[in-house]
Design a protein around this ligand. Structure first.
Ligand SMILES: [Zn+2]
Length: 200
């Protein structure tokens, strides 16, 4: 299947030699990462593609908890592909504190609700890849993937003949999802979430 216009995927594909100099999730936990369209990725001619942290920008971050955050995947498998990440550079569940475990699950729950509201997918893959052999793209910093799925995975993508247009712009995804995460965080504070959980 041929793919059209996917600058972040292009960046990914050409980023075969070096990769980010530091852990991308640690950078994001400290201050955010620029979108490629905002100059966050160097051209291959400039010595390889590389993400640049920018403390003033939180372009990909959707919400921050006390010890973890939710971030859009820069190389989405589908529209709405997000990750829940502990702030700390922790490699696995075994090394998570009780607080980290609890908040990771709370934010994963919020992400499930937000994706369901914003995209109405037919299903959602939720998973953790530990280690290279398991398919982890970023090693030694645990992250929970949530990938909305549609029957045939054609929603939000235009299919013309055999050409598939890739997921929506990441800025657009952030605009859709951020207000939902904010509302859920407020509901969590006020205890409103318990009532909602009872209804479901
Ligand atoms: Zn890290």
């Amino acid at each position: 299947m041929e793919r059209l216009w996917a600058p972040w995927r292009f960046a990914y594909v050409t980023n075969v030699s070096g990769g980010p100099p530091e852990c991308i999730f640690c950078q994001a936990s400290e201050g955010g990462v620029r979108l490629p369209s905002e100059g966050g990725v160097r051209l291959p001619s400039e010595g390889g593609v590389r993400l640049q942290p920018d403390p003033s920008r939180d372009a990909l971050i959707l919400v921050r908890g006390r010890v973890s955050y939710v971030i859009l995947n820069l190389y989405p498998y589908n529209s709405g592909h997000v990750m829940v990440v502990p702030n700390r550079h922790a490699p696995n569940l075994a090394s998570m504190s009780a607080e980290e475990q609890a908040e990771l699950m709370t934010l994963t729950r919020h992400a499930e609700i937000a994706l369901t509201e914003a995209y109405a997918p037919n299903g959602i893959n939720i998973g953790i890849n530990l280690g290279k052999s398991a398919g982890a793209g970023v090693l030694d910093h645990l992250h929970v993937h949530l990938v909305p799925r549609w029957n045939g995975d054609t929603n939000f993508m235009t299919v013309v003949g055999n050409v598939r247009v890739l997921p929506e712009d990441l800025g657009e995804s952030a605009k859709r999802l951020r207000p939902i995460f904010e509302r859920l965080a407020n509901e969590e504070k006020t205890g409103e979430h318990a009532k909602i959980a009872e209804k479901i």
